[in-house]
Design a binder for this molecule. Sequence first.
Ligand code: MN
Length: 237
Amino acid sequence: MKPVIGITCSYSWDREVYLIRENYVEAVVRSGGIPIILPATENADINKIISMIDGLLLSGGGDIDPYIYGEAPTPRLGRVDPVRDLFEIGLAKKAFEMEKPTLAICRGIQVLNVAAGGTLFQDLSSQLKNTIKHRWYSQGGYDAPPSHPAHLVRISKDSKLYKIFGREILRVNSFHHQAVKRIGEKFKATAWAEDGVIEAIEYLGDTFILGVQWHPERMINGEMIKLFKAFIEAAKS
Ligand code: MN
């Protein structure tokens, strides 16, 4: 049986449209899953939604309202969407509770971490010294092709990521200005960039609940498809 994968998405207030890049959908389909898109709504029935899906894919997007993790907004904070924040944090908490396989990408890793009680850097380059370039985009567009492996990450050997890729160094793309600061409860960091920025976190225990700061869905013509295959495999059981 193909597992049903719920993919969260963004919302544009200007255009009144829900948005998801097709790469997420394609990555799920190519890995043997059935994608469904989950629009964030107020007062959503989180229990029902989680029970309808076999796996949760928390997709990329804007920033999380820092008041949720106990901080005031700093000047470089980007766009926030309070409806999406509440919806996705609700889904993530339910996923922990029900041990539902979850893959969290970019904003998704941040949602996972905040849902687990952790905190974020609101803007890496203004809050951390000597960072490498993590933000390969600007108002003008992308600074390299979206699949470009912009920097290295070092993977801990004691991790699901190491089992999936079989080595300690990976090159990944990078389209973020925020990152995990204090790690949430029941999670551990399992990959770091050269500047020490956390690039992956994993749930302690056997359940596949894993967040990455890069965008594997934009690198699926290479080995990043392995990450989706491992996720879909976990969602089957
Ligand atoms: Mn990065």
